[in-house]
Ligand binder design. Structure first.
Ligand SMILES: [Zn+2]
Length: 268
């Protein structure tokens, strides 16, 4: 098995905004003392594709995020934590965060049952067709939502808040090594609060593909046989098919599997 502990690099998310591919790099955090508030800006997969029918009900912004060039390693942007602007922004954020009633939701990746989280932006609803729904936090804490967006634009030194569908605010969330499989593209993670320790540990050396390659997808072979048994390293099928859709090479049709459409095109 992969020794994540040995391969991981550690990132100080209190002093940096760290961009990383949480859906394909295993990550966790180290222990800390004090109250640690993590902010994650990320994109949720809102597309309705599935292994059997193919790329159906693609969500354009999701596919654009998936098609963006992948990071090869985490990227740190140092935060000017001593600047007046930063001190004030962080203080405002903490003032608002202290008013939040966190939703306790059991999540497998968070071993500690006391993990407290709240979401802003857009999310999916369990037991519903995948589509964009406003998160609870938007209406409950609109001023905090606005501040969270302002803060990421500040720490990234460019307007990036609109490029993420969702924001996770987590209080003292301890997690095991995990992947954020419902995410696409890269995320920004940072943290604030009066705490010590709590670095982000990322193993970017071993990247986990989320989907099988196009050749295997055409043969109904699952991810496991593609990547583990056949050791295929070619790109995931979804971005490849999306590229063909965008260039007009294929036209999706709700009643036909993507495989059938692709086979028709190949015959011509
Ligand atoms: Zn394959």
């Amino acid at each position: 098995m992969i020794n994540n502990e040995a391969q991981a690099e550690s990132y100080d998310v209190q002093q940096n905004a760290v961009e990383f591919a949480g859906s394909t790099w295993k990550h966790t955090n180290s222990q800390w003392e004090g109250d640690r508030y993590v902010l994650v800006y990320f994109n949720i997969d809102f597309s309705q594709h599935d292994r059997w029918r193919g790329l159906h009900g693609p969500d354009h912004r999701t596919e654009e995020a998936r098609a963006a060039p992948l990071l090869t390693r985490p990227v740190c942007t140092p935060i000017h934590t001593a600047s007046i602007e930063c001190v004030e922004l962080r203080q405002q954020l903490l003032n608002h965060i202290h008013q939040v009633e966190f939703l306790n939701r059991p999540q497998l990746k968070y071993q500690n049952q006391k993990s407290e989280i709240i979401l802003f932006g857009e999310c999916t609803q369990p037991y519903h067709v995948k589509e964009r729904h406003p998160c609870k936090g938007n209406d409950l804490y609109p001023a905090l939502h606005a501040l969270l967006k302002q803060y990421v634009d500040y720490i990234m030194q460019k307007p990036v808040s609109h490029t993420y569908s969702s924001i996770l605010l987590a209080k003292n969330s301890k997690c095991n090594w995990h992947l954020d499989k419902q995410n696409v593209g890269s995320s920004v993670i940072t943290a604030l609060g009066d705490y010590t320790g709590g670095e982000l540990l990322v193993n970017h050396m071993k990247s986990y593909p989320l989907f099988e390659c196009l050749a295997c997808h055409m043969k109904y072979l699952p991810l496991r046989s593609c990547r583990l048994e056949k050791n295929h390293t070619t790109p995931d099928w979804i971005p490849q098919v999306w590229e063909m859709v965008k260039s007009g090479k294929i036209v999706l049709d709700a009643n036909t599997t993507t495989r059938k459409i692709l086979k028709r095109v190949q015959k011509k």
